[in-house]
Structures are given as structure tokens and as C-alpha cells.
Write a protein that binds this ligand. Structure first.
Ligand SMILES: Nc1ncnc2c1ncn2[C@@H]1O[C@H](COP(=O)(O)OP(=O)(O)OP(=O)(O)O)[C@@H](O)[C@H]1O
Length: 269
């Protein structure tokens, strides 16, 4: 579905109650804009609030203050949240269902008729290169194939916004490489917007139109970087000067934020 909705995070703060009876400020007046039809990559130190922000955008967590606004790009008017789907790091497939039934599950819940469910699930599996595997079960697949199913399950809902929360985190290095390169093309073909949470600088550069580097917790945006590299991008470009320069810029930012995070952990200990 061609995306037409910008996402504006405005002064988002979120405090969690902590186990010790105190509280954890996860997000601190975070402001940023994710543009319609673009891939926005979020990178930041561990525990800085990346997943929390994604869940606030999805509506699974409420901000303590501030808001997420969805704005029609053409009219500039606020609109209701559009259809969203999430791909998680853990595959969360139902082991007793075949792949096609796993992919069609969300459609069944949404009341889509059986014939349409099957056609859409088959098309989604084809999109992630799993045609012919429709009647296998998740236990018969490798981790990479299971994550392809996870992606198909999100795509089948035809979301306007795709939320990718470290989707390659559980995969071995080679499988990750292949899927990273493929997912850029898959997302582009759908016309959806995507927000990708990642720990990998290479992945952020490979997939992102814009990279948002977050501060150590409490999370804010330290810098927004537009990636001007042409598409399709591959890891083979890793040694090209533009890639190297971007990597170095993000690395320096991250390093200083990680050092800050380590220092505050030491203080808290
Ligand atoms: N449900 C919760 N209750 C209490 N604290 C939470 C909860 N969820 C997250 N936190 C805390 O909020 C902070 C931000 O967590 P979050 O998972 O968003 O970070 P992250 O950047 O996604 O981390 P990582 O990179 O390690 O996945 C962390 O300190 C975390 O311990």
C-alpha cells in the first residue's frame, strides 16, 4: 500500500515504574518525524528506548507525556493511525500451523473470507521467496526461513507502516546478510513506510533513507542523517568512500552515547 501518512513524535516522554519502587525514564521529550514511504532506521545504545518508541508509535504503550500524530502528507491534516504490522526478532510463529495458515492467521482474525485469505497468504509467501513451502510447519524450517514467514505475515496485512524490531537479530551472520539485502527491495516494492530498529550500523545504512541516532537512556534523537546512497544497496558497497564516511560518523556518535550509558550504569551500581 502506498504510504501517505507521516508519523510525528512530539515531545514523547515515557516513565516505567522500576522493580525497586523507583522509576525509569525511558524516553525524554523525544521529537522526530518519520516520512511516508521512507525507511527510517533507529540506532542507539542498548536500553536507550528504541523498542519503547516503536511500541508507542504502534499504540501498544501510552506516552507519559507528548504524543504521536499521524498526518496526511498531502493535506497536512491529522488522521487516525493507519494499518501497521510488526516484525519481531523472535519469530513468534504458531508451531502447529502450516506456513500458509501462520501467514493467513491475522486475516482470519480480521474476518477476511477463506479464499481471499489463501490467495493473499500465497502471494505474501511468494514475495519472501517461500513459494512451494506453504504446507510445511515452522519446525521444518531454518531460522532465516522462519523470519521470512514472519515478514510475510506482516506483509499480508498490507500495512501502510511496517515496524521492524531487530528483525535479523536472531539470525546467523550469512543468513542475516542475505535477508538484509532482500528486505530493502521487498519494503520498497510494497510502497509502505518502515521503521527499523537495529543495533547494526551497516544495516541502518543498507536499509535506511534516514537514520536516527538515539542518545543513551533517556532516549532522545542525537542526530538525523539522510542516506543519499543510490539503491539497490548491497554489503559489497561497504568499502566505498560514502559508506565508510557514513559509518564513521554514526560510529563516533554511538561510541560517545555508549560511553555515557556505561558511565551512568556505573553510577547506578
Ligand atoms: N515494561 C517495562 N517495565 C519497566 N522498564 C522497562 C519496560 N520496558 C522497557 N523498560 C526499560 O526502559 C528502557 C528502554 O528499554 P527498551 O527496550 O525500549 O530499549 P532498547 O533501546 O530497545 O534496548 P535494546 O537495544 O537492548 O533492545 C530500559 O532501561 C528498559 O529496562
Amino acid at each position: 500500500m502506498a504510504a501517505r501518512t507521516d508519523i510525528r513524535c512530539e515531545n514523547l516522554s515515557l516513565t516505567f515504574p522500576s522493580r525497586s519502587g523507583g522509576s525509569t525514564l525511558a524516553l525524554d521529550a523525544l521529537t522526530c518525524r518519520f516520512e511516508a514511504g521512507k525507511v527510517s532506521a533507529i540506532i542507539g545504545p542498548s536500553g536507550c528506548g528504541k523498542s519503547t518508541m516503536l511500541q508507542v508509535v504502534r499504540g501498544l504503550l501510552g506516552a507519559t507525556s507528548g504524543e504521536v500524530r499521524f498526518v496526511n502528507r498531502q493535506t497536512g491534516h491529522s488522521v487516525l493511525p493507519p494499518a501497521m504490522a510488526t516484525v519481531w526478532q523472535s519469530f513468534n510463529l504458531f508451531p502447529w500451523l502450516t506456513l500458509i495458515d501462520n501467514v493467513a492467521f491475522g486475516l482470519e482474525v480480521a474476518g477476511v473470507p477463506r479464499r481471499e485469505r489463501r490467495a493473499r497468504a500465497e502471494a505474501a509467501l511468494a514475495r519472501v521467496n517461500l513459494s512451494g513451502f506453504e504446507h510445511k510447519h515452522p519446525g521444518q524450517l531454518s531460522g532465516g526461513m522462519r523470519q521470512r514467514v514472519g515478514i510475510a505475515r506482516a506483509l499480508v496485512m498490507e500495512p501502510e507502516i511496517l515496524l521492524l524490531d531487530e528483525p535479523f537479530g536472531a539470525l546467523d551472520a550469512q543468513t542475516r546478510l542475505v535477508l538484509q539485502e532482500e528486505v530493502g527491495g521487498i519494503v520498497q516494492a510494497t510502497g509502505a513506510s518502515a521503521i527499523l530498529v537495529t543495533h547494526s550500523i551497516e544495516e541502518a545504512i543498507l536499509l535506511g533513507d534516514t537514520i536516527f541516532v538515539m542518545t543513551a537512556r533517556p532516549g532522545r534523537i542525537a542526530r538525523e542523517i539522510n542516506v543519499e546512497l543510490p539503491r539497490p544497496r548491497t554489503m559489497a558497497q561497504l568499502s566505498e568512500p560514502e559508506f565508510v564516511a557514513l559509518f564513521a560518523e554514526i560510529y563516533e556518535l554511538l561510541k560517545s552515547e555508549v560511553l555515557k550509558a556505561m558511565a551512568s550504569e556505573r553510577e547506578a551500581a
